[in-house]
Design a protein around this ligand. Sequence first.
Ligand SMILES: O=C(CO)[C@@H](O)[C@H](O)COP(=O)(O)O
Length: 226
Amino acid sequence: MAVQINPSILSADFARLADEAKAVEGADWLHVDVMDNHFVPNLTLGVPIVESLAKATDTPLDCHLMIEDPDRWAPQYIEAGASSVTFHVEAAAAPVRLAREIRAKGGRASMALKPATPIEPYEDLLPELDMLLIMTVEPGFGGQAFLDIMLPKIRRTRQLIDKHGLDLWLQVDGGVSAGTIERCAEAGADVFVAGSAVYGAEDPAAAVRGLRAQAEAACDHRATGR
Ligand SMILES: O=C(CO)[C@@H](O)[C@H](O)COP(=O)(O)O
């Protein structure tokens, strides 16, 4: 699968979201961090803003729900115009039912794991998903340092995806930058969320292009061993 670069609007100017979405045209998805100050100690935005943003940009939205009770809320984000919804397995009461409901509504179903949550108990769930998100920081804030200790989990997840021959995207989120993206790609990730590395750059669109070139080279290296 081709590499995908998804700017996180958590690092954008929330008063100018439509312009900030345009500033990264050429990105594959916009990553929308939804936080409820319960599942994580931060508060961001909800369904009405996603509904407005979906109308303001042609870039598809992936909503990353860092909230309690995603079973209740996730389908509403698809109805609001998101094309993909990521829920945390630690918060979901019925992850399989929820993934099926997201897909039944026409969305891509994605499940996230916090750093201390292992992948192995969820091997049998993987066919129910379109994407798996491995958090490479503790969720809640942008601008944190990348957790190198997540690299073995990324590798093990890639092995599981390949073992089962699944068409499942493997996303990483947190501390992804020019200094870390190659390690993530070499470990097996193919979807990269970057907040401060994109919106903190003078030219966000150029930052997306730079990250894409680095990730593509590292993915080729992983595939060919050269
Ligand atoms: O989900 C989160 C944080 O919880 C992320 O999406 C951050 O927004 C990524 O920001 P950077 O680490 O790339 O600055």
